[in-house]
Ligand binder design. Structure first.
Ligand code: SF4
Length: 540
């Protein structure tokens, strides 16, 4: 992904997407005790007796018209975490490269490991278990036993929040890295540890804050010294990267953390105080991205339009610069007004990810969302009328949910008519604030296997199916493997918006046909599939 650094000190590795088949098999194995497989069914297609992701099916249609087409991957646009780390290490005089997603970057990593880099750094932004990390660690050990492996990021930070030290130690051992960075930010710690390993001063590890490592088979943790890195001083140095790797679609951020406290979310607890980059910093960075020919920018801020006056100033800055890229981001409907929508559209906003969650007022209150369905309806209409495609993100089953409240969510999608919606079953993480109200809701279980006083995961799975089955004017976008980001990335690759919308229309019908693993008669979609392939062939 980066330009050729002949002898990097550190190789940074992005997510390990694993194999979709394995992901499905693992969830199917739990289908009697958890809603994980039902969630897969709502978010994938059942074709020729097999579950395939939306993106895999898109790749299959492309392969039918061009057998040499390189399949697209969910993580083709490089992750911001990798680019941040490479930039930070470079600033500290530690030349580094990133390889992107592990499965697609294996050959490049293999070649880099022949040069025995001092360190491989593994990010865990999209990890939920130790296995994908272990796969990377084994890959490195087999090829370059002297290379040290450091693992950090959200999965490790979440892990060290768990109360059981013994449990943490077991998982550290399962992953098998040489050192773990235990800070929610961690880039300063990573730079220190990379330098220590690169210079062979391993005994200094014990005096370096925020690290876990093994001594004689026992895991020790050094003192905690919370990092507080400035967003302005820690920007990505885009010139370090091969321009082709950040075109047509790239991510950046103008803020870290979130000023809200939704009761189903741990993000503000993990990320700390809400911090904003200055508009001057953003303007300079966006000028670089524009000059590199980026077509779509994804501002990955969790609440891009908060605070609202700053958001309006940011939009005015984009307008003033007449940038040629278009942008998408998470926007909070509750914080929108008509002027903000107008400025967003004028500044190039073409897509909004909206954490709607539910169409029911009491459920939203339990979620501590500070939002209501009327405001949702209004904001979605303003955005859609201004030409911004909305993706309403929903989940079913939060405490307080009933079949009646699910019907309110179904009605919200029908009335508001966002371009896209997506539905999931609520995933219960006991580290989220709602756990403190567990007794009130008689909340039991965890993950996708839970029940409370108004619903259990099975009824929630029925509700998620009801959302996708009920006819409306919106298209369904799954929350993995073909998101709004994928949609924009594919547009950047030359696919027509109309082709992608038609693909999603047919995909939704096929998902519905295949619910409950029903056999799908694909022949009935022959005509639209042939038309889609014709459009895909025009790009191939
Ligand atoms: S769900 Fe979004 S708005 Fe709510 S706390 Fe989490 S990041 Fe903030």
């Amino acid at each position: 992904m980066t330009g050729d650094t002949a002898h990097p000190v550190c190789v940074v590795i992005g997510p390990n997407a694993g194999q979709f088949d394995q992901y499905v098999a693992e969830r199917k194995a739990l289908e009697t005790v958890s809603g994980a497989y039902r969630d897969v069914q709502v978010n994938s297609l059942h074709i020729a007796g097999k579950r395939v992701s939306y993106l895999d099916w898109f790749n299959q249609l492309r392969a039918d018209v061009d057998p040499n087409a390189r399949p697209f991957g969910t993580f083709d646009p490089p992750s911001l975490a990798e680019m941040h780390l490479v930039s930070r290490l470079a600033r500290d005089g530690l030349p580094s490269v990133s390889i992107g997603e592990f499965q697609r970057g294996r050959a490049r990593l293999d070649a880099l490991l022949r040069g025995e880099p001092a360190v491989v750094a593994v990010t865990t932004t999209f990890s939920f278990e130790p296995k994908p990390v272990r796969e990377i660690v084994d890959f490195v050990r087999e090829r370059s036993p002297r290379t040290k492996v450091i693992v950090g990021g959200p999965y490790i930070w979440n892990l060290v929040q768990s109360p059981s030290r013994r449990g943490q130690d077991l998982l550290f051992g399962e992953m098998g890295a040489d050192a773990f960075v235990i800070d929610s930010q961690g880039e300063t710690t990573l730079a220190r540890v990379v330098k220590i390993f690169a210079e062979g001063r391993d005994d200094e590890l014990a005096r370096t804050p925020n690290v876990a490592f093994a001594v004689d088979g026992k895991w020790v943790r050094t003192e905690r010294a919370e990092e507080n890195n400035s967003l302005d001083q820690n920007r990505v140095d885009w010139t370090l990267f091969d321009a082709d790797s950040i075109r047509p679609f790239t991510m950046t951020r103008t803020a870290i953390s979130c000023p809200f406290a939704c009761s189903f979310c741990t993000y503000p607890l993990r990320a700390g105080e809400h911090r904003l980059a200055s508009l001057e910093t953003m303007e300079a960075e966006l000028r670089v991205l524009d000059s590199l020919g980026v077509k779509f920018v994804d501002f990955i801020d969790d609440t891009f339009n908060v605070p609202l006056p700053r958001f309006k100033d940011l939009c005015r800055m984009l307008i003033r610069n007449r940038f040629s890229f278009r942008w998408i981001s998470y926007l909070r409907c509750g914080n929108m007004d008509e002027e903000a929508v107008r400025l967003a559209a004028e500044s190039g906003c073409v897509g909004a990810l909206l954490g709607i969650e539910s169409g029911s007022r009491p459920v939203l209150e339990n979620m501590n969302k500070f939002a209501n369905p009327d405001k949702y309806r209004k904001a979605i209409r303003w955005l859609e009328d201004a030409g911004v495609m909305c993706w309403a993100l929903l989940f079913v089953g939060f405490p307080g949910e009933t079949t009646e409240t699910v019907a309110e969510t179904v009605a919200l999608v029908r009335d508001a008519a966002p371009t896209f919606f997506g539905a999931q079953i609520w995933f219960y993480d006991s580290k989220t604030p709602i756990a403190a109200r567990g007794a009130e809701f008689t909340l039991k279980g965890n993950g996708y296997g839970w029940r409370h006083n108004t619903m259990d995961w099975r009824t929630a799975a029925d509700g998620a199916e009801q959302l996708i089955r009920t006819p409306n004017d919106s298209l369904y976008l799954p929350q993995t493997a073909f998101t709004l980001e994928t949609f924009m990335y594919l547009m950047g690759k030359g696919y027509q918006k109309t082709t992608l919308l038609e693909f999603l229309r047919v995909a939704r019908a096929i998902v519905i046909d295949g619910l409950g693993d029903q056999v799908v008669d694909l022949a009935k979609y022959d005509a639209p599939i042939t038309a889609i392939k014709r459009e895909l062939a025009a790009v191939a």
